[in-house]
Design a protein around this ligand. Sequence first.
Ligand SMILES: Cc1cc2nc3c(=O)[nH]c(=O)nc-3n(C[C@H](O)[C@H](O)[C@H](O)COP(=O)(O)OP(=O)(O)OC[C@H]3O[C@@H](n4cnc5c(N)ncnc54)[C@H](O)[C@@H]3O)c2cc1C
Length: 463
Amino acid sequence: MKVINKKTVSGYANTLKVSSFIAEPENTNELINIIEIAKDKNLNICCSGSGLSYADLITNQNNIILKTYKLNKIINYDNLNGYITVQCGVTFNSIYQMTLIDNWYLSSCPGGGDVSIGGALSNNVHGKDSFRNGNFGENIEFFKILQSNGKIVQINKSDEAFKYIVSGIGLFGIITEITLKLKKITSNYVEHKSVVHKNIDEIIEYHELNNPNYDFAVSWVDCFSNKIDIGRGLTKQATWCENERKTNIKILNKTLQKSKKIFNILPSYPTWEIISPFVNRKSFKIINKIYYNYNKFFGVKHENIQLFSKYNFMHNKIPNIKNIFNPKGFIEIQPVLPKKNIINNLKDILKLSQKFNSESLLAGLKLHKKDDYALSFSDDGYSIGIDLNLNNRNMKDIEIFADELFSLVCEQNGKVYLAKDQLLKPKHFKKMYKNYFKFIEFKDKFDPDKLFQSDLYRRLFIE
Ligand SMILES: Cc1cc2nc3c(=O)[nH]c(=O)nc-3n(C[C@H](O)[C@H](O)[C@H](O)COP(=O)(O)OP(=O)(O)OC[C@H]3O[C@@H](n4cnc5c(N)ncnc54)[C@H](O)[C@@H]3O)c2cc1C
């Protein structure tokens, strides 16, 4: 192991930059060694998988960031019964490379296949299929975690710890191994279709009526449209193909890899850097309008068959897209709201963002499914992601907007996703996450040395 260098780091959104000691262990002995060093030097530890959480959930100022990407072995794959045991740094992509060809699928995959399984467990991530399959925790049979006392314990579904550590944002120990149950699929192809909607009322009505017949669904929402058009957009739904259609492993693996060029044509550098100065409200209002009208009049292909990996990983075609937000980065606030009064509540959120000139440049809307994990970003309801470019924006204005938005989300009994948050304050956090006190109690019991922390932990839990 390269022991511990000090470096400047940030989350995926490239906003908060802090200096931390970086450890990159390769095996369990090295993990135990890092725990000893941390205790000896009075430092605490924040694990990081692929570093795709947006902000201070994966930063740890003047303390240790333990990167798990070298712990990337697939330990066992039972292709007869669909079980797989992996080290924490293994990604969805590596699992799919092995299992999709056998028609075994790991559900609740976010839009990028680079997410590590340790990171997926800790944020209890969701995918375009989570309204059907639930969040990532539903895949887990059991896992192993290394605690601050240097001991590894196995946590089973029936253990109290299971519901705290799954969704526990890395605050209990180092997850070392995870055993997952895969789902049998009929084919590794999906059949998808897109439908245009003239406002948010139509989008929600469409999801409610049609989602029971689909395996995946996501909508794009034009956050600049207003009055009777408010929240107009497009829904993309997909189902696994019924008849067995097989691909070969070479093609499959190619679709799981990030393209080096944007849509295989333009180099990502310097394309995003050239576009970056034009990324603002005015230009994106026009882009949203063109995209909507294009799809309304010409664009929508009604039926289409595609490899799942091609359908799900849009980001593979647009490598390094976050660079359009350089140099200051971006903020995403993603609330999930229960279904009760959902249309009006979403309209209120859209109107509030318009009032503050803080419309999301591009917004995705998804249906979710409620679960019982302690800090889970889940509900029987809908989420919408609001992305704000920080360039040419006054941070104070964004904070005022965020504070109003958080109050509104609390009134609507919703919560925002911690994996993407950087602005929430304890007063709103406690209202949104009702298990707040139980979570602290369990953390004190499971990690009495408070060895596992992050900057987000100190922002939201230590007042
Ligand atoms: C373009 C993009 C699209 C996204 N879309 C979605 C989406 O659709 N749905 C969704 O749910 N999320 C989405 N996300 C967020 C992302 O999926 C989550 O933040 C995910 O948890 C990141 O995984 P990671 O491996 O990068 O983990 P990190 O971000 O590095 O870590 C996440 C958390 O896991 C903890 N952790 C990681 N490994 C371990 C370990 N071994 N032991 C203990 N704790 C550990 C960390 O401490 C941290 O709290 C998206 C992110 C990006 C960049």
